[in-house]
Design a protein around this ligand. Sequence first.
Ligand SMILES: CC(C)(COP(=O)(O)OP(=O)(O)OC[C@H]1O[C@@H](n2cnc3c(N)ncnc32)[C@H](O)[C@@H]1OP(=O)(O)O)[C@@H](O)C(=O)NCCC(=O)NCCS
Length: 184
Amino acid sequence: MLSVNFTPFPVITTPRLLLRKTTPDDVNELYYLRSSEVVMKDIDRPRPKSKEDIQQLIEKIQNMIANNEGIEWAITLVGDHTFIGTISFHRLIKEHYRAEVGYLLHPAHHRKGIMSEALKAVVAYGFNNMGLHSIEAQVTPGNIASEKLLETHGFVREGYFKENHLKNGNFIDTAIYSLINKGE
Ligand SMILES: CC(C)(COP(=O)(O)OP(=O)(O)OC[C@H]1O[C@@H](n2cnc3c(N)ncnc32)[C@H](O)[C@@H]1OP(=O)(O)O)[C@@H](O)C(=O)NCCC(=O)NCCS
């Protein structure tokens, strides 16, 4: 069984980014992201009704990390602590050494290779530090940015479920991507 320990929190740096723990100070930025229809278009999570919902979400994220049930990094630019996005292993399947990755980025920073840089670092952390064997991503077909990002990083579309997800009264499809740790 996979055993992980996210304490102390594993801060990750890349040439342009610092991935750190989300704190209650990030409430405004996370509220913006989670309320943005551009960002949330293909993500079926309830939209926050107030900043209190986000405060509760941050608490939930912190508990998840403290209990080693999953991990989420706040994405910031080096030298600027402002929160511009998140990347997470929000579903850990410890018995199968597998995790699901998810990510959100502020639209002002789209298409600058930011998530590519974050994903590369987080995949390396997942394989080399956590000991994952595989990483999964679930994508709504047509989310070209996410599909392209995953394919660039070697993820393969292994599955496709037709109308498996009820969203706003419509049954929609899900594509399942996966990357296997080849130990290279
Ligand atoms: C998905 C998302 C995180 C991508 O972040 P990003 O930092 O803009 O992506 P990058 O700049 O690193 O681009 C990665 C690749 O995707 C391509 N890409 C990104 N956005 C694209 C778009 N809108 N259309 C076509 N290609 C796109 C880039 O050209 C790049 O391709 P390359 O590797 O061949 O150069 C961002 O669009 C986002 O936050 N979307 C809303 C949230 C979301 O849908 N999350 C995923 C749920 S599964």
